[in-house]
Design a binder for this molecule. Structure first.
Ligand code: N01
Length: 488
């Protein structure tokens, strides 16, 4: 049977796509998921302390509010449970083909369909929604000798809870979002903890707190009140665009806040110095934490800022020649983002790899559709990521466009793709804006591709993206009615 839509991935994007498509009566859908459960990055990241740094009321589907959040900034288990509940509530669970790792997506010219090769067989589909996420492929650091380490090596996104940390000598590489959450959690358990920092992060105070039972009841009886909190949180975050995008000098105030936070929490001036970033706040992802710096007040926790030279059998050797002997080495080193391997598994009509869009070699339209990739759409695609707000808002915006485009394709049995000049115009308009934003102020970050171009972040107010994705502009698209019947 030919599917109307094949969705790849069952995180926020994939589930959202299935729900929204069903709402417009597209029901011949399958979701392909490589794992045994749904949830994407919120299923995979089980490291101690994993938590969302966007508020709970905003970091959820607008159509599925959850009055029962127990904290204003949710922890991973609750977000994962939320996704499972949403899948049940919208009867999505039965659409998911688990343990179907998609290894190749290619356009079958003769049948004018997409052919998906999975670890569990081949499938044909009229349309494809790639919802594989930007933070799906853990990146181990490319450090000489990493394979020689004889202790336990694990990435934060592949946490093995059976590894005994109590009483062990543990090292953590990285001081990004994952590290700052897990370091305070594991510090009290371990014999010693050495944190290898290459670049300090800007860290602001965390404002999260438990939600009172009476507030939960209030939100359950008065959904509009929860909606108001969401809207308030949304607009407060939108104001940050004034600094991130319009004038990065406005970040000075937040930098002062962050420095004061550091001063309050770390009294040792030399240590404070080593924690102080030398780039503009916002250039790398801004972090929030109240317990990361205090972890370094413990006798068993050390900050190592000497660069890592090699990893050896017994531990990490730094450039000063010191061998830091370890039992467990934790890589909190992030993900393959602009070089996500999924990009090399999807090929368009003329064989071009979809990953070329992140390398600036393929123009994209709304970060979602691509010339020569008819009826194929990506969620969280190029330049739709955010540094200041909820990615769910962007996904829902993309889904407005995707559901309309898929409707056009299915109703007319057509191939729909953006015109080359429309895609080029869109891509150029973003790349022209980016150099003067905070991400162009000079720092290394996972927002930049190998050429130093930001192909990850949306450089404007998110409501502008919502406007751009609100309707299907037929003058920007080629809609070609198929010459072959693709229904069986
Ligand atoms: O990864 P990162 P992450 N040698 O890439 C260091 C999301 N997230 O997993 O800055 C030494 O941010 C690297 O150093 P440097 C969120 O979007 C969200 O922490 O490159 N160090 C850096 O310190 C986040 O941004 C939540 O110099 C090396 C760290 O490793 C994204 O996931 C929670 C190195 C990597 O930091 C990724 O966060 C957690 C090397 N060879 C994560 N290679 C939420 O709350 C890398 N590093 C929503």
């Amino acid at each position: 049977m030919v599917l109307d839509v094949a969705i790849i991935g069952s995180g926020f994007g994939g589930l959202g796509a299935a729900i929204r498509l069903q709402q417009v009566d597209v029901t011949n859908i399958a979701i392909f998921e490589r794992a045994r459960d749904l949830g994407g990055t919120w299923r995979d990241n089980t490291y101690p302390g994993c938590r969302c740094d966007v508020g709970s009321y905003l970091y959820s589907f607008s159509f599925a509010p959850n009055p029962a959040w127990t904290n204003t900034y949710s922890f991973q288990p609750e977000i994962w449970q939320y996704l499972r509940d949403v899948a049940d509530r919208y009867s999505i669970s039965d659409l998911i083909h688990y343990e179907h790792d998609v290894t190749d997506v290619a356009f079958d010219e003769s049948r004018q369909l997409w052919r998906l090769t999975t670890s569990n067989g081949e499938y044909l589909a009229k349309c494809v929604v790639l919802a594989t996420g930007a933070l799906a492929e853990p990146r181990l650091p490319d450090i000489t000798g990493i394979g020689d380490f004889t202790g336990t090596l694990m990435h934060t996104a592949q946490w093995d809870s059976t590894v005994e940390l109590a009483g062990q000598r543990v090292g953590v590489i990285g001081t990004g979002a994952s590290a700052i959450q897990t370091v305070p959690q594991i510090a009290p358990l371990v014999a010693s903890l050495e944190v290898f920092q290459r670049t300090p992060s800007w860290i602001l105070p965390h404002l999260g707190h438990p939600v009172l039972d009476r507030s939960k009841k209030f939100f359950a009886t008065l959904p509009l009140a929860q909606r108001a909190v969401r809207v308030w949180g949304y607009w407060r975050r939108e104001l940050m665009v004034l600094g991130f995008v319009k004038d990065p000098r406005r970040m000075t105030k937040a930098e002062t806040l962050s420095r004061e936070h550091l001063e309050r929490q770390i009294k040792d001036e030399a240590l404070r110095e080593r924690f102080t970033p030398n780039y503009r706040l916002g250039c790398k992802r801004v972090l929030i934490s109240n317990d990361f710096y205090p972890a370094f007040r413990r006798d068993n926790v050390t900050l190592v800022t000497e660069p890592i030279a090699t990893i050896e059998k017994k531990g990490v050797r730094t450039a000063d020649g010191v061998l830091h002997e370890l039992d467990v080495l934790i890589a909190a080193t992030g993900f393959f983002v602009t070089d996500n391997p999924m990009g090399d598994k999807v090929h368009g009509v003329h064989g071009q790899a979809l990953g070329d869009a992140s390398h600036g070699k393929l123009p994209h339209y709304l970060g979602t559709a691509f010339p020569d990739f008819p009826n194929l759409f990506t969620l969280a695609g190029p330049n739709t990521g955010l540094g200041h707000s909820s990615i769910i808002f962007m996904l829902e915006s993309q889904l407005n466009y995707v559901t309309r485009a898929i409707n056009v394709a299915l109703e007319s049995d057509a191939l729909v793709e953006p015109k080359e000049d429309a895609a080029q115009r869109w891509t150029n308009s973003l790349q022209e804006k980016l150099p003067t934003t905070v991400w162009g102020t000079g720092c290394a970050s996972w927002y930049l591709n190998e050429a130093g171009h930001n192909t990850v972040i949306w450089p404007d107010f998110t409501f502008k993206y919502r406007q751009a994705t609100r309707r299907f502009d037929s003058s920007d698209h080629r809609v070609v009615v198929k010459t072959t019947s693709s229904s069986d």
